[in-house]
Design a protein around this ligand. Structure first.
Ligand code: GLV
Ligand code: MN
Ligand code: MN
Length: 406
């Protein structure tokens, strides 16, 4: 990222070494753990240097205010956490671009007529506590606070304990009507996570919609036993059953137009080389073009997986962990933003299969997104990328929108 070391994207260069994951490649930046804490300190320092006043809300989201906080504020931002082994742009590009757009407005002597904040959401990827967009869900009441407090990370630490260690009062986690009421409009700039802008040959788009999506835990239960002493015909091996289940997930997704279904995480219990597992947890991520299509897909997966595991004498229990309905961004706002940015021929409207805090917020406040071209078309991976010129085009677009709104 050496070409970013100066100029408008210096922010990305400043955090380029934070949270690098030597084992997985890419970055692992998880809520309130070392790298995430460093990024929060970096953001605070950066925003304060710009003359913004930084505060943390009751759910751990960071707000950097230009002027007095709300009401009717224009708010822009994204997140700084990552998936395990993620790329450099998913989240940070939106935060760095927001700070840069504000820096430009300030440097030009612009005086806003309404408050503006740069917002950094906590735990957008759900990599530590399992629920994506946790900060925005808590803020908007999209998750029950009691349920959220009881979420546990891989080390058995509850969200309540982690929040306490991070200096928050766990009793105050949950819907924050006061903070929400300050938002007049939210804009999230994000690296594109598919190939839409590559195919169209454009650097920047406005988001039109987000696929319905959710996460389900599949717990496959068999019989733990000895790897050497148990004849092949005497086994009830849940890992073999889980392997069949993973194939069944793919087959069902292929049967449902526009659907995507993924098992990207397995936990084998107890997990010994010479031990036939007793159970396997597999996490399903399923997405489809409508709420009904996504529900149909998951119903079909449950049936197929239930049947698949019986071949190995196992059973499966399916638990829903999170759900986000289809998001259609406000068409008037999308049209207005495209017009401000030069018209539809220059700035397309694109749907996405990736989830975002802007999608969660859209149920409560007017929300919109800008996408910046990703020439690899790859995301949630170290291969995720954006050219400097396209990032600059994204910042230009965001600054123009902010100027038109303020
Ligand atoms: C977040 O990036 C998601 O789509 O899961
Ligand atoms: Mn992501
Ligand atoms: Mn993201």
């Amino acid at each position: 990222m050496s070409e970013l070391a100066h100029g408008t994207l210096a922010g990305l260069a400043e955090i380029a070494d934070t949270g690098r994951d030597a084992r997985r490649g890419g970055y692992s930046r998880h809520l309130w753990q070392g790298p995430d804490l460093e990024l929060r300190a970096w953001f605070t320092e950066r925003a304060e240097r710009l003359g913004l006043g930084v505060e943390t809300d009751r759910n751990g989201n960071l707000w950097a205010w230009w002027g007095e906080p709300g009401p009717d504020a224009v708010v822009t931002g994204s997140h700084l956490d990552s998936v395990p082994g993620g790329g450099a742009y998913d989240g940070p590009l939106g935060v760095v671009s927001a700070l840069e757009a504000v820096a430009r407005l300030r440097a030009s002597g612009f005086t806003p007529s309404r408050p503006l904040a740069v917002l950094v959401f906590a735990e957008e990827e759900g990599s530590r506590f399992g629920i994506a967009c946790l900060g925005s869900r808590l803020l908007t009441g999209g998750i029950d606070a009691g349920r959220a407090r009881a979420l546990v990370d891989a080390d058995g630490v509850t969200l309540a304990e982690a929040a306490h260690r991070a200096g928050l009062d766990p009793a105050h986690l949950g819907v924050d009507r006061e903070a929400l009421a300050r938002i007049g409009l939210f804009i999230e700039l994000h690296v594109e996570q598919g190939r839409g802008l590559i195919d169209l040959g454009r650097p920047v788009a406005v988001a039109s919609s987000i696929l319905a999506h959710g996460r389900w835990r599949l717990t496959v239960t068999g019989q733990g036993n000895h790897a050497g002493a148990t004849l092949m015909g005497d086994r009830r091996d849940p890992l073999l059953a889980a392997a069949r289940a993973v194939v069944a997930v793919q087959d069902e997704a292929l049967n449902h137009p526009g659907a995507r279904a993924t098992v990207g995480r397995l936990e084998v219990v107890p997990g010994g080389t010479n031990v036939i597992a007793s159970s396997v947890h597999a996490w399903l991520d399923a997405r489809a073009p409508t709420d009904a299509a996504t529900r149909d897909l998951v119903t079909a997966i449950e049936a197929a997986v239930g049947e698949a595991v019986t071949v190995n004498g196992c059973s499966v229990a399916v638990t829903e962990e999170s759900w986000t309905g289809t998001v259609t961004f406000d068409a008037v706002l999308v049209g207005r933003f495209r017009a401000v940015l030069g018209g539809g021929a220059l700035v397309p409207a694109l749907p996405t299969g990736a989830g975002h805090d802007a999608g969660v917020l859209a149920a409560s406040v007017p929300s919109a997104m800008l996408f910046v071209r990703n020439p690899t078309g790859v995301s949630h991976s170290p291969e995720e990328f954006a050219e400097v010129d396209d990032c600059v085009a994204g910042i230009d677009a965001l600054a123009s929108l902010l100027r038109s709104l303020l």
